[in-house]
Design a protein around this ligand. Structure first.
Ligand code: G16
Length: 579
């Protein structure tokens, strides 16, 4: 139970952050997101919740001020659990209740309810800790201050302001902090760069090749990732990087015509990239808080002849990143399993049975947005299991944890590779104890991947390092990587409706459960297109309904997506002009 002085402190502090009138907050896919001016009360209250979660688990939690891919006037808050992953979904209803509490007394009652229900007792000095960080949005500083006041309104909890970070850096720090290992930003950079160096050295040792591949050009969305990439580059001399859209004074706006979300959804060049100067170059885009990564290039010629709103670039999205990661992982496991083939011809389906460990369970986790061609490739060519979950890294991460190695990626570029603890330990031992040098090297490579690739959450920076390493091992250009499989033509659009909550989908998000008339109409429309597939779902980060369509040609995918938008507009309360 809360003591009187706990309540007095909370009451006094909460009164400084009154709820904005007429707004209903919902935790959404990855936390709260809206116009920054509406957020101080929500952020204060999430500071309180992060403190309670820390007291409850007796470990540090994290709170990140960011709205990721959303426009610069918006902001948001994401919470990190003690594992470094997203807030435990069982606590999401508390977030909604706290964020929407109409007044201070009601807010206090909800806090009391959480304290009681979760049996939170420890309120000794500094028994709870919350790490805070923000991206580069101008509203971030004031919101971090609101978060700090929320954390410190819960007696016995302290806030540590970690400064301006990418979202994955904060998650990494929470995980490291709780694991009792060095957790500063400089530790993060050293861990990534040391393991990258190790992988490059192992590659040199194997191939004798010491040439550096051409530099990678990264569109940093005018966000926090730009300065972090520059810092990473200073530590990894063999990584040639050119950072564009760095958000420097006089440059462009955060996420405005730039960044991973823009490139992946629009499939057009971001600002700062041009024809013909950038034709054939290996390029990547990250998003505003650097937790998403996609690659792209401008081909010499367009072979499909279609000149609709697409085709200025070839996109290598999260699905293709998952595919190349899967290829590399399975290649190393093949070596450990005693196959004589090298990584580049690891193209037959098989189970990875490694002597001394047994079958290594590997899977790729995707969502309904995964391009059908990627799923086929991963299953049929790589021979890997594919698991699916609803949208949201919190779901994919949880699923990926069920395997020895779980590779998860959303098509939009969120993803990572998780290693379970028992298998990680086995790899550590195998890297010194295996008899064959080849086997020791394969184990060492996987140990280095485990170190380099963020184990807490998808991370564009560690993702870049991993892609760049695998391309070297494969000896591939970006075009060769792209040719692993050909994407089925697809199109993603969004529709504005009065209330996006009127659309309820089935758990796998591929069908609309309500309103049923909408699903019937979508089915009829899909039936008109060869190889057609389409689904709609309310976004959890923007006030829109998302529409996805695939078909056998780009014209058909565009037409199907457009037709489904019109259906959503008419059957789910569209607002503004008809799409
Ligand atoms: C967040 C989530 C992702 C999700 C994305 C879009 O990413 O972490 O898992 O795919 O939102 O979600 P929705 O389709 O519901 O808008 P980010 O990069 O925006 O934080």
């Amino acid at each position: 139970m809360m003591e009187l002085e706990d309540k007095d402190l909370l009451r006094k502090q909460a009164a400084l952050f009154p709820l904005s009138k007429g707004v209903k907050f919902s935790y959404g896919t990855a936390g709260f997101r809206t116009d920054a001016a509406l957020l101080p009360s929500t952020v204060f209250r999430m500071g309180v919740l992060a403190a309670l979660r820390s007291l409850c688990t007796k470990r540090a939690t994290g709170l990140m001020i960011t709205a990721s891919h959303n426009p610069v006037h918006e902001n948001g808050v994401k919470l990190a659990d003690p594992s470094g992953g997203m807030l435990n979904v069982a606590w999401e209803p508390y977030s909604d209740m706290l964020a929407n509490a109409p007044d201070v007394e009601n807010f206090l009652q909800i806090v009391e309810h959480i304290v009681k229900r979760e049996n939170i007792q420890s309120r000794n000095a500094a028994s709870g800790e919350v790490l805070l960080a923000r991206d580069t949005r101008p509203s971030g500083e004031a919101l971090v201050s609101a978060a700090r006041q929320g954390v410190e309104a819960v007696r016995g909890t302290v806030a540590h302001d970690m400064g301006v970070l990418t979202t994955p850096q904060l998650h990494w720090m929470v995980r490291s902090f709780n694991n009792g290992v060095p957790a500063s930003e400089s530790d993060y950079f050293h861990q990534l760069s040391d393991s990258f160096r190790m992988l490059v050295e192992l590659w040199h040792a194997n191939t004798g090749d010491s040439t550096h591949s051409e530099e990678l050009i990264v569109d940093a969305a005018n966000g926090v990732g730009a300065s972090k990439l520059t810092r990473l580059q200073h530590l990894t001399t063999s990584l040639g990087l050119q950072v564009r859209n760095s958000g420097n004074e006089g440059g462009g706006l955060l996420n405005d015509g730039v960044g991973a979300d823009f490139v992946q959804k629009e499939k057009v060049l971001p600002h700062g990239f041009q024809l013909p100067a950038d034709v054939g170059k290996r390029c990547a885009s990250i998003d505003g808080d650097a937790d998403r990564l996609v690659y792209f290039y401008i081909p010499e010629k367009h072979e499909d002849g279609y000149s609709g709103p697409v085709c200025t670039l070839h996109l290598l999205d999260g699905d293709k990143i998952a595919a190349i990661f899967g290829l590399f992982i399975i290649g190393q496991l093949r070596i450990l399993a005693g196959y004589k083939s090298s990584v580049s011809d690891a193209t037959t389906a098989h189970k990875a049975v490694v002597p001394g460990y047994g079958e290594v369970k590997v899977a790729v986790v995707q969502t309904a947005y995964a391009n059908g061609a990627s799923t086929n490739y991963i299953k049929q060519v790589l021979g890997l299991e594919v698991a699916t979950t609803p949208t949201g890294v919190k779901h994919l991460h949880k699923k990926a944890e069920q395997y020895d190695i779980g590779i998860y990626f959303e098509a939009n570029g969120h993803g990572t590779i998780l290693f379970n603890e028992i298998f990680s330990q086995w790899l550590q031992d195998a890297s010194v104890q295996q008899k064959e040098a080849e086997h020791r090297q394969a184990a060492k490579r996987l140990v280095a991947v485990n170190e380099m690739v963020n184990q807490a959450v998808g991370d564009a920076l560690s993702g870049i390092l991993m892609v760049e390493v695998v391309l070297r091992y494969q000896g591939w250009s970006v075009e060769q990587w792209d040719s692993m499989y050909k994407d089925l033509p697809s199109r993603q659009l969004k529709v504005k409706v009065k209330d996006r909550a009127v659309i309820i989908t089935t758990p796998d998000e591929t069908r609309v459960a309500s309103p049923s008339s909408l699903q019937e109409a979508i089915d009829t429309e899909v039936g008109k297109y060869k190889g057609g597939r389409a689904f709609v779902r309310p976004s959890g980060t923007e006030d829109v309904v998302r529409v996805y369509a695939e078909a056998s040609s780009q014209q058909s995918a565009d037409a199907l997506a457009q037709a489904v938008c019109v259906l959503v507009y008419h059957l789910a309360g569209g607002v503004g002009p008809e799409p």
